[in-house]
Design a protein. Structure first.
Length: 111
């Protein structure tokens, strides 16, 4: 299994989401019945960099192309907890912000 590439950590304050879907049934009387859809939650990390050098972006893009659809090891930069993750979207989004630099979004989620 691959390890996350050695690039600068995502911006501090990166979001973290715990997703646990539910099934909701609404009734005519205005009542709602709900229950968990799954037995476990999915932890999501929508990683983003406001400034990432082109060299680091190319490293991330190469990693993305080689590991899209596969699991990889990632260490949370704040808690240092180790996770087995996957890319949660089919694309790696970036915006040119200046010569040699990009803003990047790369959402991942725990397997």
């Amino acid at each position: 299994m691959a390890n996350w590439p050695s690039i600068p950590a995502a911006d501090f304050g990166t979001e973290e989401e715990v997703y646990k879907p539910q099934i909701r049934t609404e009734f005519e009387g205005g009542y709602v019945q709900s229950r968990s859809r799954t037995t476990r939650e999915i932890r999501r990390f929508p990683l983003s960099w406001s400034v990432l050098s082109e060299a680091d972006y190319q490293t991330l893009e190469t990693f993305f192309k080689a590991n899209q659809g596969n699991s990889f090891n990632w260490t949370h930069p704040v808690t240092t907890a180790a996770y087995v993750c996957r890319f949660s979207t089919d694309s790696l989004k970036s915006v040119w912000i200046g010569p040699g630099y990009r803003a990047v979004r790369c959402p991942i989620e725990v397997v």
